[in-house]
Write a protein that binds this ligand. Sequence first.
Ligand code: R1P
Ligand code: URA
Length: 232
Amino acid sequence: MTVHIGAQTGDFAKTVLMPGDPLRAKFIAERYLANASKVTEVRGMMGYTGTYKGKKISVMGSGMGMPSMGIYSYELYTEYDVDNIIRIGSCGSFQEDVKVRDIVFAMGACTNSNFASQYGLPGTFSPIADYGLLSRSVEIANTKNIPIKVGNALSSDIFYDDNPKAWEKWSKMGVMVVEMEAAALYMNAARLNKNALAILTVSDSLVTGELTTAQEREKTFTDMMEIALELA
Ligand SMILES: O=P(O)(O)O[C@H]1O[C@H](CO)[C@@H](O)[C@H]1O
Ligand SMILES: O=c1cc[nH]c(=O)[nH]1
């Protein structure tokens, strides 16, 4: 047990799927996992372990933002011997050709957060996905005939930006989407010699203003969930 996770040693699988929303974790456990049992619910951040096609898999919410993902991923890697964390999140599109419901694999995660300052590096760090997880996820998507995009994401500390046009500068640099956790996950994985990947579904577009509902974000982004389950 940790301060933030109520599970016992051995309760988590080597691979944990992590949506931001704990209700998306519950949905995945109920819909896809056989013999799922709840292993933690401290602070309402539900985590479950069960099997998918005979493989032991866990799924747990990360909460929103880099501090929350920073805490949960660190504890899973260091206290529960987890090797792989696959974030399955929603994101906003920065590009005209990245449409609502498209799936984006975050090869890199730019950030406006100060998370990396803890490492005291003499320069900037580029948080990147594990290549093995990334390349296998591309193969899985191709096999399933699910179209995907692979590219750069922004992990932002800010959802409601004082400057509503701030995203346009990231867009000019080819950054595809914005979300709020991948960079912290990638940095924890790098520092702890573990593996991570963020698979994202576009829930809204900063370009067009199109939006999906909270319920759609919880229950309908199933292609992303199924790719992550095959990858685990
Ligand atoms: O749908 P999730 O995984 O929570 O991801 C995105 O949604 C939340 C903001 O609405 C942030 O956590 C962001 O990263
Ligand atoms: O962080 C996020 C997630 C979804 N949509 C956004 O615009 N931002």
